[in-house]
Design a protein around this ligand. Structure first.
Ligand code: IMP
Length: 193
């Protein structure tokens, strides 16, 4: 089954392709001719995921899904949350975002946080939402070279390795996106039987 995944992020595409398996052929935005940035101005992750999926559906008429992820830090009242990509600047500057997070968390004892992903699916015009959460802790400095975004600063589930120190497979097993996309994949498998 062909389905558009509303992303051009190669890391995300690999992660998601591994989870959904070979039964689904993922088509990227570029591959369906969408080269412009899709606005992500909604106040919630769910709102942004739905807005992206609706945009793609209205442009292509193809079944599609979109995700939006936020890092929600307990001691910061859930920030950066929906603003995770634009935490430090209006651009998408991972290095500046990580620096700002470390700065805000300096001397903070409660380092508990979670990554949360909302996935919006539009299938034959019907809308569906899926959620995935992984709890963990914010590091005091960066560890590891893998992954992307805030990965070097996040120890998932009380472990000793950050996401950036784990293989893509190991990250996928427990990650917010892995969990949300497995729910999506189960749903797609059930309706395509
Ligand atoms: P978006 O879902 O791509 O909009 O991501 C929002 C922000 O969270 C961006 O700054 C990403 O770099 C970051 N982010 C999303 N997913 C992950 C992840 O799996 N690990 C680390 N950072 C992530």
């Amino acid at each position: 089954m062909k389905i558009v995944f509303a992303t051009n992020n190669a890391h995300k595409l690999n992660e998601v392709a591994q989870v959904v398996g070979e039964k689904f052929e993922l088509v990227t935005l570029r591959e369906c001719g969408i080269t412009e940035d899709i606005p992500e101005n909604e106040p919630t992750l769910e709102g942004n995921a739905l807005a992206k999926a609706r945009y793609v559906y209205s442009r292509t008429g193809l079944n599609c899904f979109a995700d939006d992820t936020g890092l929600e830090v307990d001691a910061l009242g859930g920030e950066p949350g929906v603003r995770s990509a634009r935490y430090a600047t209006d651009g998408h500057d991972d290095e500046a975002n990580k620096r700002l997070l470390l700065e805000r968390m300096q001397g903070v004892e409660n380092r508990a946080a979670q990554f949360r992903t909302a996935v919006a699916l539009i299938m034959d015009g019907e809308e569906y939402l899926f959620e995935g959460i992984v709890r963990g802790d914010i590091a005091t400095e960066e560890h590891g070279e893998g992954g992307f975004g805030y990965d070097p600063l996040f120890f998932p589930e009380g472990g000793a390795k950050t996401f950036a120190e784990m293989s893509a497979e190991a990250k996928n097993q427990i990650s917010h996106r892995g969990r949300a996309v497995r729910k999506l994949a189960e749903f797609l498998q059930n309706i395509s039987q």
